[in-house]
Design a binder for this molecule. Structure first.
Ligand code: ATP
Ligand code: MG
Length: 238
């Protein structure tokens, strides 16, 4: 069994499954963790019932004396590791189009992910199976909520005109992930704000080798302003 984290939540791999484990004591004390667990479980159940292809399949739920664990299909690595260690330019469009489909499936279930980033996308060893994970920040789509600083800098817009419970929040992150996948390993890593992301994106778009398709997606997402946002351009990858 291998373990990846040592905080309130941890990930363990066992018997070809991945266990996302929540400590019961933390859940009892922290109402926010209860909400996060409930949302993650709700998304995974809905995705299973609707036979989603690109949302990580839940295989069960395990309740022990001191913890509760979600049993998930184990994938080989996340997209962050793929981009750093195993990147293959010929495979990337297929991988990214499956990520776009996964986001579409999640939105069709009525949820916004709110923390899309390469670490929250997993791949099989041959990279043919691709799935979204980590739904504990997901929320049902709604209009009321304003920007909340909950996601990951570099993968969320930070101007106050964006709503974090709107599908556009995820499309912005999707644009950042597609941009990062088209850049050299580590070149996006230092990006920690919307302003940085826009600077890096403009530079990448000025490069003669950047394709028209990437230019359109990045212009319509990372470089767009909230009021001029066009969510449909990531469909170019499908
Ligand atoms: N089903 C899975 N298959 C393979 N690896 C996984 C799987 N689920 C999680 N992982 C790995 O464990 C890491 C952490 O999992 P996850 O993102 O669900 O939790 P978390 O990041 O601790 O949650 P949060 O960011 O909300 O604190 C992922 O980035 C990924 O590397
Ligand atoms: Mg995560």
């Amino acid at each position: 069994m291998t373990q990846r984290q040592s905080k309130a939540k941890s990930i363990e791999f066992h018997d070809n499954s991945c266990f996302k484990i929540w400590r019961a004591s933390d859940m009892l004390e922290d109402s926010r963790m209860q909400v996060e667990f409930t949302n993650e479980y709700a998304v995974l159940r809905l995705a299973r019932d609707s036979k989603s292809k690109h949302i990580c399949p839940i295989e069960g739920i395990c309740i022990g004396a001191g913890h509760v664990a979600l049993r998930l299909r184990a994938y080989h690595r996340d997209l962050r590791h793929y981009l750093l260690e195993s990147r293959d330019a010929a495979d990337l469009p297929h991988i990214l189009s499956k990520v776009v489909s996964g986001v579409q499936e999640l939105h069709d279930l009525g949820f916004v992910h709110r923390d899309l980033k390469p670490d929250n996308i997993v791949l099989s060893e041959d990279s043919k199976s691709v799935a979204l994970i980590d739904f504990n920040r997901a929320l049902p789509v709604q209009d009321q909520s304003e920007y909340e600083d909950l996601g990951t800098p570099g993968y969320q817009p930070d101007s106050r005109h964006w709503k974090d419970t709107d599908f556009n929040w995820d499309y912005w992150a999707l644009g950042a992930i597609i941009l990062e996948s088209d850049m050299r390993p580590n070149d996006y890593y230092q990006v920690a704000s919307e302003k940085d992301a826009k600077k890096v994106a403009s530079k990448h778009l000025a490069h003669p080798q950047t394709s028209k398709c990437i230019k359109k997606i990045v212009k319509d997402t990372v470089l767009a302003n909230a009021d001029a946002f066009k969510a449909d351009s990531a469909d170019l990858l499908i």
